[in-house]
Design a protein around this ligand. Sequence first.
Ligand code: FAD
Length: 170
Amino acid sequence: NEGDGSHGPQKPALGLTGRKIIYDKDGKPCRACNTLLDFKMATGAKPKVSGTFPGFSTAYAKDEPPDVEQLGRSTWTFLHSVAASYPEEASISQQEDMKSFLNIFGKIYPCWFCAKDFTKYIGENQPKVKTQEDFGRWLCDAHNSVNKKLGKPQFDCNLWKKRWKDGWDE
Ligand code: FAD
């Protein structure tokens, strides 16, 4: 604890995955910024096996709120799917809408340090939103910059449309 004089639990710096534990401004571990394993470790909770609510066999499973990876996977799916349905030739107002969306997205994405880096990326690499192809490739490059940061393989952006629009058999 940074000089707050509290006698609360120590805040671990590193999680079980070896990644740095990310904390929110209020000092609590950030759920959307850490893996679930690390978040549980930082909060001192034991991982639970998800199951159904007792007595409600048709109820939803007790799924946990998303961690940084699940949130990321779902968000990339959403973003690339948006690119796949973006107009082939966008009007000026559609281009403006997309630029606004990306700017707002950078302000509200729940993993705050991811959002900060993404906003910086947008500042240095202005979104290309004239056509669907332009936007799909720009987004693929943006995703690749995160892949690079995380040590993941680069995706071949010539294939973005097969992955997110047409499928592989066309
Ligand atoms: P994901 O990277 O989630 O990709 C999902 C699928 O997309 C892949 O299986 C592949 O089929 C396809 N794909 C991969 N690369 C590309 C590409 N370049 N173009 C098109 N399709 C592609 N996590 C962090 O730990 N730190 C961060 O700073 C961080 N920043 C993020 C910023 C944003 C805007 C988003 C949306 C997510 C961020 N994440 C970050 C999460 C991270 O990018 C991954 O989503 C997460 O690690 C899960 O990775 P994954 O291996 O399941 O595949």
